[in-house]
Design a protein around this ligand. Structure first.
Ligand SMILES: [Zn+2]
Length: 404
């Protein structure tokens, strides 16, 4: 596309040294035959059992005091022997098995990280039937490849894909997952060219509200959809149905499936809302400032917990950062101190508790919605200095909240 190319050259002046491509993931629905579903179920089963075995082995090493030194390579080196002993594992592509061991390694590293930071983490858990949903071909082209709308998976077969959008960039990893309504494939792609939008010359600050989802420094309000609360009644009902049935029975599994579908719907509605809101902001502004919030700490506060989790603020920020990066825009985090206390008119610090929803300044007489005042402060703080941290580019790593 020569047009896009010209565009990015023009944008390059403005965004300077920033990257011209991003990493992204494309998801597509699979349309497997019943036989292929069985084959994928088998792979999942084998992967899960390998995961649990590898975890068990690490546990033994840990008991002997070797736990910390144990590496992925030690376990990966034992794979050929394992295959010789249990021919079942030969049904699974070898790189998929290696990826399972990498997952164990990752879980373990996270576990030790929490130990060293003084937290009291639970030991990594063994994965039950309903907790292991995906397997990964770590190298595109090695066991998994797409050709004309058909995904060819080694040891499974050729599965048609619902290609609702074009894959761009260079596919790196292929993950197959089972979710409530079927099977999906996701391609993690590198070097996906960004599609910069023309400059608008505008910038804003945004603040998360309690009653509204967010408010901009221009006073624009995005209301909270509260999908979760609306759907909660339905979810509760589905949950009750699960708990009434005999665990592990056919009817129980059916109820679990129905419940999972309800959760999935809420999740999708929420993500759709996030994407649309982020897109609107990214189209309107060159730079968006937001508060560098520790969402994890806020969720621990029980009064706010519901609202914050509902709004999925952290998930939204990840999406916003990614969309901004894609469009050649900037999302910057500014320090979160006193943004709701200070007066955006004169800078006077006006202390107020969370229940006070309106900012009233005794020195300049400014009367304004609390969150709008905060959004204006965030914008001013972003404009003022280099203290802002560019969120785009590292947003996913920094902002993903474990609570959401
Ligand atoms: Zn004032």
């Amino acid at each position: 596309m020569p047009d896009t190319f010209r565009y990015s050259t023009y944008q390059a002046e403005w965004i300077g040294m920033e990257q011209q491509s991003v990493r992204t993931t494309y998801h597509y629905k699979l349309m497997p035959t019943p036989e292929q579903v069985r084959a994928m179920e088998t792979v999942l089963l084998r992967c899960r059992s390998l995961y649990n075995c590898a975890l068990e082995q690490r546990k033994t090493w840990w008991g002997r005091g070797q736990g910390i030194g144990a590496t992925y390579y030690q376990q990966a080196n034992e794979l050929p022997d394992l295959k010789a002993d249990c021919p079942d594992y030969r049904e699974v592509h070898s790189q998929v098995l290696q990826d399972v061991l990498r997952r164990v390694e990752k879980t373990y590293q996270a576990f030790f990280r929490r130990v060293t930071t003084g937290e009291t983490p639970g030991y990594p858990r063994f994965q039950g039937k309903n907790r292991y949903h995906s397997f990964t071909y770590p190298q595109y082209g090695n066991g998994a490849v797409v050709d004309g709308g058909i995904l060819s998976l080694s040891k499974i077969g050729r599965i048609p894909i619902r290609l609702h959008r074009l894959l761009q960039g260079t596919p790196k990893m292929v993950t197959i997952s089972r979710v409530a309504d079927g099977w999906y494939v996701s391609f993690s792609c590198a070097e996906v060219p960004i599609q910069p939008l023309p400059r608008t010359g505008r910038e804003t600050g945004i603040d998360v509200g309690l009653k509204v989802f967010l408010i901009t420094a221009d006073g624009d309000i995005v209301d909270n959809p509260r999908h979760h609360r609306k759907a909660e009644q339905g979810l509760k009902k589905a949950q009750r149905c699960v708990s009434r049935r005999k665990k592990g029975s056919k009817r129980w599994w059916k109820a679990v499936g129905r419940c999972a579908k309800k959760y999935q719907k809420v999740k999708r509605q929420r993500s759709d809302f996030h994407h649309k809101t982020a897109l609107t902001l990214v189209r309107a502004y060159d730079t968006i400032y937001l508060e560098d919030l520790q969402v994890r700490n806020m969720v621990r506060n029980h009064h706010l917990a519901k609202s914050i989790s509902d709004a999925g603020w952290a998930a939204f920020r990840t999406i916003l950062a990614y969309k901004a990066e894609w469009a050649g825009r900037r999302v910057m985090a500014v320090p979160a101190q006193f943004t709701s206390q200070d007066c955006s008119g004169c800078g006077e610090r006006v202390s107020k508790s969370l229940s006070v929803r309106t900012h009233v300044c005794p020195s300049c007489g400014l009367v304004m919605d609390r969150d709008e005042n905060a959004a204006l402060n965030i914008l001013a703080s972003g404009r003022a200095g280099p203290s802002g941290v560019n969120v785009a580019g590292c947003g996913e790593r920094r902002l993903r909240s474990p609570a959401l």
